[in-house]
Ligand binder design. Sequence first.
Ligand code: SF4
Length: 325
Amino acid sequence: MTGCGANLDGAFGGLPENVTVISRPSEDTPGAVAGDVGAIGCVRADARLERTRAFVKIQDGCSFSCAFCVIPQVRGSSRSRSTVTILAEVRRRVAQGHREVVLTGINLGLFRDRDAGVRLPELVREVGRTPGLARLRLSSIEVNHLTDELIAALRDTPAVGRHLHVPLQSGDDDVLRAMRRRYTADGYLRKVEPLSDFQLTTDVIVGFPDEDEAAFARTLATLERARATKVHVFPYSPRPGTATAQADRIPAAVKRDRSARLRAWSNAACHAHWLAKLGREDVVLVDRPGRGYGADYSPWLLDAAVGELVPVRAQAVVEEGILAA
Ligand code: SF4
């Protein structure tokens, strides 16, 4: 048993004797497994070769301490891969036929290659220079890390799509403070304001302890003002060992109701975003038969070969996305 859950004290107690739980940082796990099962143990397979999109991990762990989050415990504080290794992996992925690279990690803004003096903005510029790379995205970015340098790097790099996933979690300042999120709703709005030409998607936790109806309404208002188009909704559930592990005061029915209202808001916002594209042009990277993503990561429906970049014009909007003319 490996993975971040295996690092959570007691989470996998009481398993049969023939199950070994490896509670180690991710970078030590392959060696531990290989030592346990022998030479056949760990091969880093070049999986997903058939896919258009490659996910390249640039860092692991998190040095923040959000009250609800178990990740710093199970994955440890932030560590970054070296720039040289990341660039080599990106080049290899592109040579294998991947057209799009998504830089992933737990908290990308914490990426630091101290030896090379490279932070995330420089890394974006470096990766963006990879010959043959058509699209480059960040999996998500904390709002505190949306610096002028990063925004400039995103804008200056032609491969970077006009999409950012910036977790909000709540639009109520009291809830944000209780979550230890290090920003206010207005602070969030100020940071995303210069990015109005980017599609903004986000995460929200509903039913955090003491989130009342007024706080929830402030979250909706903040999403509206931020012009977010898609919300990943997480009904709050306490995690062992976190600051709010013992606090779960909002009834399940209230969480369900707020989650449903937020999902309905998200669907409507997404639909409106697609409708605004009617008659407009875009370039779609086809990532599976009949479907692909435009420059701002909106889904398009079209008939073209997988892996192709196809100029399109929006003809209609259907439930699954934008129909290309
Ligand atoms: S929610 Fe994100 S930023 Fe906060 S501690 Fe967890 S991983 Fe870090």
